[in-house]
Design a protein around this ligand. Structure first.
Ligand code: DX5
Ligand code: ZN
Length: 216
């Protein structure tokens, strides 16, 4: 099972983005997690396409883009052009999820589906084989720096079981409140990829923080 780390740029120093990207390039990070919020699906607005386009030529790691927006289908091509390698949409924002997943894959990206903390894992049983990654939100989406929701462990275990039962190769990603205190337990429960914003970019030594998560 892979052990991946995807630092979330949301907690970075936006005045010095070039330095932050150089740190990510030097680090053991596998991907860079980019949170796109529209102020409608979530009660916050983050950054958008021009920021991704500016980062892309400098970044040496795949862009892991987490869309917290309504009607994500409208923006699949736009995010592919901006440089996304992995594109994750929210289950709660997609009435035609199967079509959206195919749309993402047809554009040459890996397709992810994210579940809010209250959304049951069991809702994915008829689509799990089509999905490259499931992102389990371990906080309510919209903000960095929130407290990890403990019920996430139950969801990881249930999802891991579903993936194994169906012989799928879906990656399990965890996002929200991840740090050195829960990273090992999350990997042990069956997670493959940890997203961390504050625990990386707000730490005194981000390189060491990434290494710590990777080798938790
Ligand atoms: C929250 C975002 C997360 C956020 C995580 O809506 O999806 O990716 O940046 O931040 P931390 O790690 O600080 O909880
Ligand atoms: Zn995210």
């Amino acid at each position: 099972m892979p052990r991946l780390v995807s630092p979330s740029l949301l907690a970075a120093d936006f005045l010095h983005l070039e330095k932050e990207i150089e740190m990510i390039n030097k680090s053991q990070a596998d991907w860079l997690h980019l949170d796109i919020m529209d102020g409608v699906f979530v009660p916050n607005i983050s950054y958008g396409i021009p920021v991704l386009e500016s980062i892309k030529p400098l970044l040496k790691k795949p862009m892991d883009v987490h869309l917290m927006i309504v009607d994500p289908d409208r923006y699949v091509e736009v995010f592919r052009k901006a440089g996304a390698e992995i594109l994750t949409v929210h289950y709660e924002a997609c009435p035609h999820l199967h079509r959206t997943i195919q749309h993402i894959k047809d554009n040459g990206m890996k397709a992810g589906v994210s579940l809010n903390p209250h959304t049951p894992v069991s809702l994915l049983k008829n689509i799990i084989n089509d999905v490259d990654m499931v992102l389990l939100m371990s906080v309510n989406p919209g903000f960095g720096g929130q407290k990890f929701i403990e019920n996430t462990y139950n969801k990881v275990i249930e999802l891991r079981k579903m993936i194994e039962q169906q012989g799928a190769s879906t990656i399990i990603q965890i996002d929200g409140g991840v740090d050195s205190t829960n990273a090992k337990a999350l990997y042990d429960a069956g997670a493959d990829c940890l997203v961390a914003g504050s625990a990386v970019f707000r730490s005194k030594d981000p390189l060491l923080a990434i290494e710590g998560l990777k080798n938790a």
